[in-house]
Design a protein around this ligand. Structure first.
Ligand SMILES: O=C(O)CCC(=O)C(=O)O
Length: 306
């Protein structure tokens, strides 16, 4: 079996990121004011030097509740949240992975999607991912949640170019349970160095699977996984997010992690670690497509082009 040569990245820069773990309330304007304050603070207090990217959690401008999504849904790109994030990216000259918001799409029969936008330092939108796998679960004595009551799933994997840093993939929360999105992003022709997942796991499935899934996607694909959660909101009641926003390196090691409350976490993603991990443990090049099917790059993987 042929082993492909290790791909050395021509772009050796590391990516300095801040994860904003905050809790959202019922007041959208207050949520957006809080996002602005936290992003300003991340830029001003970074412990790792000048930041390249700031990331927000899933549903940061609305309660995470099936019966509320339509009330908070916005048009993209003309909605209020899109313009606030675009201005913040421009003001601070950073990339922003804008967690996710409920999106109203009149062209799709007014359906609602759970959508994540990424902004370049110019303020332009460079990626849009609609949560592909909806969170419909029922754990007796644990949690019941049915996103599909009001949301529609997206129909594409999302991979995009983060400027000079190279390609990255984007999924939302429950999407992390489906290894295929990270596989598509990590493998040729995309060769991404990181997967980003804004996510709001809960106090039942968080302790069970949050770290396990982040580390699994990282080890399977030998890339960074970056997960940003809302903070726990005990006083507010409602959906209790797990917290523990984290960054996992291509060996599966957790290199940064938040607690449960509101917090900013900083981490540096050293891209040189990707070829090192893939050279040392070359699973990336040892796949046996003679005994199982390769679905990536075979024309049936749909990748978003905005
Ligand atoms: O997969 C899980 O356990 C949690 C998923 C979730 O909370 C979500 O998709 O919003």
């Amino acid at each position: 079996m042929a082993v492909s040569p290790v791909l050395k990245s021509p772009l050796s820069k590391s990516l300095k990121v801040a994860l904003i773990q905050l809790k959202a309330g019922a007041d959208k304007s207050a949520n957006l004011a809080k996002v602005t304050k936290f992003i300003d603070e991340a830029i001003a207090t970074s412990t790792i030097g000048s930041l390249d990217l700031v990331m927000l959690p899933e549903c940061f401008n609305s309660p995470y509740a099936v019966d509320q999504f339509r009330n908070y849904a916005e048009l993209i790109p003309s909605g209020e949240t899109t313009s606030v994030l675009s201005e913040l990216a421009k003001k601070h000259k950073v990339y922003i992975i804008g967690g996710s918001i409920p999106e109203l799409d009149p062209e799709a029969g007014n359906k609602i999607f759970n959508t994540s936008l990424t902004f370049a330092p110019s303020g332009d939108i460079i990626a849009k991912h609609r949560k592909a796998h909806l969170f419909d679960i029922d754990i007796p004595g644990g949690i019941t949640f049915q996103e599909s009551v009001t949301l529609t799933g997206g129909d594409k994997a999302t991979v995009f170019k983060l400027g000079d840093f190279g390609n990255v993939g984007l999924g939302i929360c429950y999407d992390i349970r489906f290894p295929e999105l990270a596989q598509i992003a990590s493998r040729s022709p995309h060769n991404s160095f990181a997967m980003f997942y804004p996510g709001a796991f809960n106090t039942t499935t968080g302790p069970l699977h949050w770290h396990l899934l982040a580390r699994s996607r990282a080890v399977d694909n030998e890339l960074y996984t970056v997960l940003c959660s809302p903070a726990r909101d005990v006083e507010g009641g409602g959906y209790q997010a797990y917290g523990h926003s984290l960054v996992v390196d291509p060996y599966g090691k957790v290199i940064a992690e938040a607690g449960e409350g509101e917090e900013i976490v900083f981490a540096e993603l050293d891209k040189e670690l990707i070829p090192k991990a893939r050279e040392g443990i070359p699973v990336h090049y040892q796949r046996r497509f003679d005994i199982y099917e390769d679905f990536v790059g075979k024309g049936n993987a749909k990748v978003s082009d905005l």
